[in-house]
Design a protein around this ligand. Structure first.
Ligand SMILES: Nc1nc2c(c(=O)[nH]1)N[C@H]1C(S)=C(S)[C@@H](COP(=O)(O)O)O[C@H]1N2
Ligand SMILES: [Mo]
Length: 467
C-alpha cells in the first residue's frame, strides 16, 4: 500500500510542479491540455450525453476524471517501483511527455514553455518517487519495537514525513500555478483603452427599456451574460504576441496585431447572441453592445476569391465555426445594424476573458455555434467542404436564429389579483421584432405593448397588462 501511495504522491508532485512551471513560463496547464484532447476525441453522442447529464459541470468532471486516471497510473508506477525503480521513473517521464504532446497542440503555447513544464514536473516526480520508494522499502517488514531497536519504525516515520511533504508540495504548486496564470492577464485586459467607435450605436432610446420589475435588462451585464463553449478553462490569450490571421481563399492573406486592430475604424452595435441549445424560457441568450471592426473591412483588404463560400472562424483552443460569405460581406443597414464584427469590446469594456478576449466574431442573425468564435486566431475563407466544430457532431451546417420570445415575469407561483404585468423579451436578429402577441389559457391572442426598438439585431422588450 505504501508503494502505491508513493506512486500517487509522486504523480501529484509531478502534476503540481508542471502546473506551476506552465503558468510561470506562459504555457497552458498540461492537465487541461490532456482533457482537451479527450474532449476533441470524444464522439459526438458522448459529448452530448455529458452535456445533457452533467450540464456545465461536465468540464470540472472531466478534469477530475483526468486526475483520477493519473492517480491510477501513479499507483501502478508506485507498485512497479518496488522492483523496477528505473522503469517506473521512465514511466513517469513518459507520462509527462504525454502532457507535453497535448500542450503542444495549442498554438498559443510556446513549445519551449510546454517542454519546460513537462521537464520540471518529470524531474520533481522522479525525485519524489525515488525518495518515497526508498522510504517505503525501509518501512517494509514486521512492525514492532522503537526507533532505536527497529529500523522499519524509522522507515515508517521517514515515509510519513516525505509523504506529507510531497502532498503539500503538490497542492501548493498547483494552487500557485492557478493563482499565477489568471490575474496577470486580467491586468493586461484592464489596462486596455478601446478607441472611440467611428460609428457609435447612439444613445439608448429612453423608451427601449420598460419599467417592469424583473424584466431582463436591455443590455445584459457582462458578468451575467450566458457562457457556452467547449473550453475546459478559459483560454489565456495575451494581446502581446497575438495576431489575427486572415487567410484561405483570398488574394492577399495577412496578419493583424491587436494594436493594429484597435487602430482601424470601429463600429458599435447592439446584437443579441443566442445559443442553439437555448430552451423555451431559457437563459442561453443575451443582448450586448459590441464594439469592433466590421468583418467585411478585413475581407476587403484580403480580397476574397470568387470560389470562397464560407468564412471559418478559428479559435486558439481548436474550436471553429463557419458561415456563408454573403453574411460576412453584407453591409450594415444603419445605426444598430453593423453586420458581422470582429469584436474586441462588450458593453463598453474590452471583451471579458470568458467571452473571447482578445477578439471574437459576432454575426447578427446566426446561432453562436456557427458564428461567434471566441479567442479568435484566424478567419479563413473556405468552401462548405470544410466543417466547423459542431457540424461533424451532428448539428446543421447553417444556423439562422429562429424568432423567439421569453416571458421574464411573472416567474411562476401565484400573483396578486388585479392587473399583473406579463413581460419579457423577443428577438429575431437580422429581421427585428414588429409584434408580440400574448395568449392566456384559451383566451384570445392580444397584442403586447412593445418597447422602442434598439435595431433589428437586438431583442425587444414587451409587456402585456393582464387583468
Ligand atoms: N472558441 C469558442 N468559441 C465559441 C464556442 C466555443 O465552444 N469555443 N461556442 C459558441 C457557442 S455554441 C455560443 S452559443 C457562443 C456563446 O458565446 P458567449 O459564451 O460569449 O455567450 O460562443 C460560440 N463561440
Ligand atoms: Mo451555442
Amino acid at each position: 500500500r505504501r508503494a502505491a501511495l508513493a506512486g500517487v504522491l509522486a504523480t501529484a508532485v509531478a502534476l503540481g510542479l508542471a502546473e506551476l512551471a506552465a503558468a510561470a513560463a506562459g504555457a497552458r496547464s498540461l492537465v487541461v491540455a490532456v482533457a482537451d484532447v479527450v474532449i476533441d476525441a470524444a464522439p459526438g453522442w458522448l459529448e452530448r450525453f455529458a452535456i445533457a447529464t452533467l450540464g456545465t459541470a461536465d468540464k470540472p468532471a472531466l478534469v477530475v476524471g483526468v486526475l483520477a486516471v493519473s492517480g491510477l497510473v501513479g499507483a501502478g508506477l508506485g507498485r512497479l517501483a518496488t522492483t523496477r525503480l528505473a522503469l517506473a521513473c521512465a514511466g513517469l517521464v513518459a507520462f509527462g511527455a504525454l502532457g507535453v504532446t497535448a500542450a503542444l497542440r495549442d498554438p498559443g503555447t510556446p513549445p519551449g514553455a510546454a517542454v519546460l513544464a513537462g521537464a520540471v514536473g518529470a524531474v520533481g516526480g522522479v525525485a519524489a518517487l525515488v525518495a518515497l520508494t526508498r522510504a517505503a522499502r525501509a518501512a517494509a517488514g514486521e512492525p514492532g519495537g522503537s526507533v532505536e531497536t527497529d529500523p522499519t519504525a524509522w522507515g515508517r516515520r521517514r515515509f510519513l514525513a516525505l509523504a506529507t511533504t510531497s502532498a503539500a508540495v503538490a497542492v501548493l504548486a498547483a494552487a500557485g500555478g492557478r493563482v499565477l496564470a489568471a490575474p496577470r492577464l486580467e491586468r493586461v485586459r484592464q489596462a486596455i483603452r478601446l478607441p472611440r467607435p467611428a460609428r457609435t450605436a447612439g444613445p439608448v432610446p429612453a423608451g427601449a427599456s420598460l419599467a417592469v420589475a424583473g424584466i431582463t435588462p436591455l443590455h445584459v451585464p457582462n458578468e451575467d451574460f450566458y457562457r457556452i463553449d467547449t473550453a475546459l478553462v478559459v483560454p489565456e490569450v495575451d494581446t502581446d504576441g497575438w495576431a489575427l490571421e486572415v487567410t484561405g481563399l483570398v488574394e492577399r492573406p495577412f496578419r493583424i496585431t491587436y494594436d493594429e486592430l484597435l487602430a482601424l475604424p470601429h463600429v458599435e452595435a447592439d446584437v443579441t447572441l443566442a445559443c442553439v441549445s437555448n430552451e423555451v424560457g431559457g437563459g442561453l441568450v443575451g443582448n450586448a453592445r459590441w464594439q469592433g471592426v466590421p468583418l467585411r473591412d478585413l475581407l476587403a483588404r484580403a480580397r476574397v476569391r470568387p470560389e470562397a463560400t464560407q468564412v471559418m472562424g478559428r479559435s486558439v483552443d481548436g474550436f471553429s465555426a463557419g458561415f456563408p460569405v454573403e453574411l460576412a460581406l453584407r453591409e450594415g443597414t444603419g445605426p444598430g445594424d453593423a453586420g458581422a464584427l470582429v469584436a474586441v469590446g462588450m458593453n463598453g469594456e474590452p471583451l471579458p476573458r470568458a467571452h473571447g478576449f482578445p477578439a471574437r466574431l459576432v454575426v447578427p442573425g446566426l446561432y453562436g455555434y456557427v458564428s461567434a468564435t471566441k479567442w479568435l486566431r484566424a478567419v479563413e475563407l473556405t468552401t462548405f467542404e470544410e466543417e466547423g466544430y459542431w457540424i461533424p457532431r451532428g448539428w446543421a451546417r447553417e444556423g439562422p436564429v429562429k424568432t423567439q420570445s421569453r416571458i421574464d415575469v411573472p416567474r411562476g407561483g401565484t400573483v396578486p389579483a388585479g392587473r399583473v404585468p406579463v413581460a419579457g423579451v423577443a428577438w429575431a436578429p437580422g429581421r427585428g421584432i414588429s409584434r408580440v402577441e400574448v395568449r392566456v389559457d384559451d383566451g384570445p391572442w392580444v397584442p403586447a405593448r412593445l418597447a422602442d426598438s434598439l435595431g433589428v439585431d437586438a431583442w425587444r422588450q414587451w409587456v402585456h397588462a393582464w387583468d
